[in-house]
Write a protein that binds this ligand. Structure first.
Ligand SMILES: [Zn+2]
Length: 208
């Protein structure tokens, strides 16, 4: 099955993609990982893309689409797209070139997303990630692994988070509408424990 996963930051999108991938054998494809891999392996695309990233510029769609296409063409058992498509042009490209079965929307209110993102912490030394709501360290403020101090990322303040959320809505509203109109959208409540969300998704896909 070929699935697109849509969700606001903090909705647990990456975790759900991984759970689905592990259970059904669909390839987990994220644009961020593809960028990293291509750059690390110094592929032709990676070299071009690195120039944009180093300059702090957005990678043009043309290259993103090429990278995504490569990955999807190498997913004979199905794929889960995570973090892509971000705009309607990318959606049209996908549905024109690939068979997409469903888009799954992990539904989480802005307030909940802000609450979860504000709760994120990282170890200053080993960078291990924590969340004071559901992935707490044993001792508050101290890393379990190395004893380092746990800090918030600079861009996890309320203003920056609100801006990212607004951007997410601006980008994805049309994407969500598109799949709704095509009767391809599966909407799940993302304000539940991770495993409960996963079971909900799996059972709804099974019922299709
Ligand atoms: Zn640490």
């Amino acid at each position: 099955m070929n699935i697109i996963l849509i969700g606001i930051q903090g909705s647990g999108k990456g975790t759900q993609a991984k759970l689905l991938s592990d259970r059904f054998g669909w390839k987990h494809v994220t644009s961020g990982d593809l960028f990293r891999k291509n750059i690390e392996q110094r592929t032709k695309l990676g070299i071009v893309v690195k120039k944009y990233i180093d300059a702090g510029e957005l990678v043009p769609d043309k290259y993103v689409l090429e990278m995504i296409s490569d990955a999807l063409n190498n997913a004979p058992d199905g794929f889960i797209l995570d973090g892509f498509p971000r705009n309607i042009e990318q959606v049209l490209f996908l549905v024109d070139n690939f068979k997409i079965d469903y888009a799954i929307l992990l539904d989480l209110s802005d307030e909940k997303a802000i609450e979860r993102l504000m709760a994120r912490r990282n170890c200053k030394i080993c960078k291990k990630d924590y969340n004071v709501l559901f992935k707490k360290p044993k001792v508050p403020g101290i890393c379990d692994e190395c004893g380092g101090e746990l800090v918030q990322r600079d861009d996890d303040n309320k203003d920056a988070i609100s801006k990212r959320i607004e951007k997410f809505h601006n980008e994805t509203n049309k994407v969500i509408d598109f799949f709704k109109q095509k009767d391809m959208l599966i909407q799940v409540n993302a304000d539940l424990p991770l495993q409960a969300i996963h079971e909900d998704i799996a059972s709804r896909l099974k019922g299709k």
